[in-house]
Structures are given as structure tokens and as C-alpha cells.
Design a protein around this ligand. Sequence first.
Ligand code: CP
Length: 338
Amino acid sequence: MILKHLVDTQDYSKTELLDIIHLIRRIKEADRQGCTPKLLEGASLAMLFEEPSTRTRISFEVAMTELGGHSLYLKPGEIHLGARESLYDTARVIARYVDCIMARTLKHDTVVKLAQWSTVPVINGLTDFNHPTQVICDVVTMLEHAPAGKKMEDFHVTYIGDSTNLASSLMMICTQMGMHFTFGGPAKYQPPAEWRKVCEDNCKVSGGTFRVTDDPVEAVKDADFIYTDLWWWVGQEDQIPERRAAFMPKYQVNMDLFRKAPAHCKFMHCLPASRNVEATDEVMDSPNSVIFDQAENRLHTEKGLLVYFIYPNLKRPSSELQAYHKGEIEAFLEKKLF
Ligand code: CP
């Protein structure tokens, strides 16, 4: 058993992330020609969700089906997820049934513990800290929309808004890959010192750059990609008036701000969006918007990730061994039951 988990992209080197991205793009190419290989025949994926989801749930489920496997959608109230049974026992038990666990949890520590205790790979489908599957997908999307003549290490990526889970993951993967990352947001919602240190350390290895500013115009002036996301999250509803006042109108990605970036700049948003709040319809539906390519790429990304984590551990018995066991079982049935 090769027991690797995807809890954080920081657990992987740039080379390993590039391998995963190559696999995703290769499977997407096969899919384009209707040739998705059934690499996960007979495999099962448990999908644990403590929060709602459209993209993550559908893309993982469809990815498993198209790869020949099966998925189970499991939510609190339907299974013992930290209630009536310890998380340790639940992780150990689920791992005896399935080949991989994908979990979206309210607290990051829950995914960390699942990975610690599970005996099959665990994939983080979003926590209150990070969203690794989304940002791997985002790098795939950026590579597909690379500005003419630029390689990945030349990309300038600007995030405008709040530094919660999506932004934390994005700044980390961009600096791991050697890109030039700028965060633009009000002081209170900027990344904390420990995340900045991770990004700065990434840049020392990768040759990328990392900066933080409260000036959105300065932040977008060299951007190849402008990314934004929701200004408030599940559990932050009581903060909506304060957050809206901090971000609106200065940090809204509208045409006035978008036009301050180079003409080729693309707009990104992982969705779901609050339209005309963090970004306007005009930007989200403009020819420079790649938001629906991002959403589609979740499906291709999940396929690559599932193959990467599950395929190496699947048993591949010889046809002779399969025939032997089938024969033994049929002989028993013949003798005892008919
Ligand atoms: N981007 C994303 O994770 O979307 P869902 O919340 O719909 O899964």
C-alpha cells in the first residue's frame, strides 16, 4: 500500500505537483476524445461532507463513475462522523471498505486526523484552512490560459479580497510553482505572518515572488490572472456588515479595477460567487473570464487525483488466479446449494 494523502499542497514538491498536473492534463486529453480509461474499475470512494457542495461533490462522483469506480455520498446524520463514535474508529472502519476517502470538513484538524488514522488515502475537499483540490485545478486552468510567450514561472497572479481558505491555498501553490503572487486586501483580512513565511520560504526554493498590499490598483497592474472569492464564509454570517464595509467598493473586482490590469489578464473565481458583491456580472461574464473553465477542470482534476492516489494500490490478479477463485466458489455452491 502506497499511503499518500492530499491534505495540503505543501506536503508535495514542485516536481510531484507537476507530475499530478501532467496526469490531469493527460486524462483530460483522453477524455476529449471519448477515451477515458477505466483505470479504477471495482474501486470505491467515500465522500464525507460536513458542508454543502456543488462542484466538489459532483466532480468527484462523476470522475469515479467515468473511471469505472463507485462513490458514496456520506454526511453527518447519516453516518457517525465524530458523534456516537470516535473519529478514529470511523476512519479505521471506512478505510476497511473503500479505496480512498475524500472529506470536506468544517475544521482543518478533522481532515488532518482522518489522514493520520485512515489506512487508505485521504483527499481534502475543503476545510476552514485550505482547498488543495481547487488550487491544483486552478494551476491547470492557468496553464491552459497562459499569456502568449509566458511559461508558468512568469505568471503574475493577483488575489483580491479576503485571505481565508482559498486564498491561503492559492498563495502557497503559486509560490511553490515559482509564480509571482500578489495579495491585495484590507489590512485586517490580509494573510497572517505564518502563511507569509510559508510563501516566502517557497519563493526561496522556487524563484517566485510574494507580496501583500492594501492597494488593489497596485496589486493588479501586472496581473496575468486576477482571482477573487467570497468575502464571508459559512459560520461568518454575523460578520457580514463589517466585512462588506471593509471590502466594498474598493476591493470589488469590477470593470474599473479590471481595466487597470494588462488587456490579456484573465478573471478567475472558484465559485460559488455572490454576484455583484466580490465581482460584478460584467467581469464574471466578460470574454476574459475563465470561471466556467475552472469549474469544468474540477472534473478533470478529480480524475487525475483519484488515479494518482488509488490506482497504485489496486490489486491486479492474473486471469489464472481469478479463474481459480471463481472455480472454487462455484464448486462450493454446486455442492452445498444445488
Ligand atoms: N469551488 C468549490 O469547491 O465549489 P463547491 O463548494 O460547490 O464544491
